[in-house]
Design a protein around this ligand. Structure first.
Ligand code: ZN
Length: 213
């Protein structure tokens, strides 16, 4: 039986050609970057400005630009949603304990993709089929059916219902983690994708204040 997925992969797939173009573009851009690399090879490993940002992987967000970072300045930890997952906390703890960051930001953003699904929706889509789903503004649907897996039901996807409470929740989770020292302040912000502005979530920053503050 030939499924839709197999038919799409037959012959020279347009997707494969597109991937090659991406690789070529990346390598060409890297060549230019290397040519202008200058003294950056001498940068020390610990971040010079002693802070870290936990933020979303969204392609519209560029922490180096929105927060004014140069190479060597700060740690940027990214995942879907900018959520305070166990792995994000692992990175933050390393960032402080071994590399000396002293202040942390949690930055979520408006119009985040993590607001557009629930754990159940994601798990059901994956159980049906693994190809990229589409969203019509209300619901997600798969392009094909079959070939999926139920493993998605065992993953917590860390979706977001409202940005501000999610920032508060994540700052609080980091603040209360036993491996996070009380003297590291944690600030909460929502980045506005329409304006590029960082808007403070005051309740989050209040939750993230140091024990001494
Ligand atoms: Zn996002």
């Amino acid at each position: 039986m030939i499924g839709c997925g197999e038919a799409a992969n037959a012959g020279v797939s347009p997707r494969k050609l597109a991937m090659s173009n991406v690789v070529n573009e990346v390598l060409a851009a890297n060549k230019t970057y290397v040519n202008g690399f200058g003294a950056k090879g001498e940068l020390p490993l610990p971040p010079a400005r002693h802070f870290a940002i936990l933020t979303c992987m969204d392609a519209r967000l560029d922490p180096a630009k929105y927060a004014g970072l140069a190479e060597g300045d700060a740690h940027v930890i990214r995942n879907a949603g900018g959520r305070a997952t166990d792995d994000a906390i692992r990175s933050l703890v390393i960032s402080h304990k071994l590399l000396g960051t002293k202040e942390w930001f949690v930055i979520h953003h408006t119009n985040c993709g993590m607001e557009l699904f629930s754990d159940e929706v994601m798990a059901n889509l994956l159980e049906d089929n693994l190809a990229t789903a589409s969203f019509d503004g209300k619901a997600w649907s798969n392009p094909h059916h079959g070939g999926g897996h139920a493993a998605g039901h065992f993953i917590k996807w860390h979706t977001i219902k409202n940005q501000e409470p999610s920032v508060v929740q994540d700052v609080r989770r980091i603040r209360e983690h036993p491996l996070v020292p009380a003297d590291v302040p944690i600030y909460g912000y929502v980045y506005d994708v329409k304006t590029g502005r960082l808007n403070e979530v005051k309740a989050a920053t209040a939750s993230g204040k140091t024990a001494a503050a």
